[in-house]
Ligand binder design. Sequence first.
Ligand code: DGY
Length: 321
Amino acid sequence: MKKRIVLYKRLSDALLARLEAQVDVTWVDMTTPDGLARLRDALPGAQGLLGASLRLDGPLLDAAPDLKVISSVSVGIDNYDVPDLTRRGVMLTNTPDVLTETTADTGFALILATARRVVELAGWVRDGQWNKSLGPSHFGTDVHGKTLGIVGMGRIGEALARRGAAGFGMRVLYHSSRPKPDVDARYDAQYRDLDDLLAEADYVCLTVPLNASTEGLIGARELALMKPNAILVNIARGRVVDEAALVEALQARRIRGAGLDVFVQEPLSVDSPLLGLDNVVATPHIGSATHETREAMARCAVDNLLEALAGRRPKNWVNAW
Ligand code: DGY
């Protein structure tokens, strides 16, 4: 008899067919108003779950006593209580590597868009305001040759360092759990304490995972350490930054601007004070959102799930025992 899984993220036809050849699939569309209730109804008897962007905690897991594996279509695992999953004997897998370069591209898109005021000035053209030549009030600030400060030197941090050093001739500083001599050698990068990095960098780019030690990492004190002309870019998780303190710093122009792909509350409310600021570029968590990369992530998640249900050790097993 085939095992049953619950799928709560849409897959391409090819991947769905591959999955259905091996397991019974119960599809739950989480974009419908009763999505969560239908998911809960589908959980009893399910041995696998495949999806993303959903907090899967105690009450939901209690409804899935036969669960063997959660295959998350994400690299981030902040939606899961990993020790609790391990206690329950539920494997958790994620999709690292395949999204590294695309997410680093997003980081640089935000650096460039914020520094060169791309969104604001494109809106200005669209509004018919380009009826004379530009003056200094429309100028941005350079990216090339500046200092890039990367907070979190994992895979994505390193992909940013490579772009900064090789593509834009930037000096690369980074803060991480420890100095990484191989990174220093490859990108002529230098390790810094967080405070020193914040004080020296022109672009501070956050790539850390969200956990107890990174939640609220950048608050009012840290923002006050940044240069007045510096730009903060967040492609990590919204809760790494104290959003209220960031709004204050941006309103007071204590820093130059922010490029933000992630927010404390997603989707971001249209009432967010961030959206009233012309020195903010806000994107809807598009870090890995290209056709190619989302398909690669889904493929990786399907592989992880099928490996786990076959009783083998999946490649990206987060809570391996
Ligand atoms: C990830 O994979 O964690 C991205 O942030 C998308 O959620």
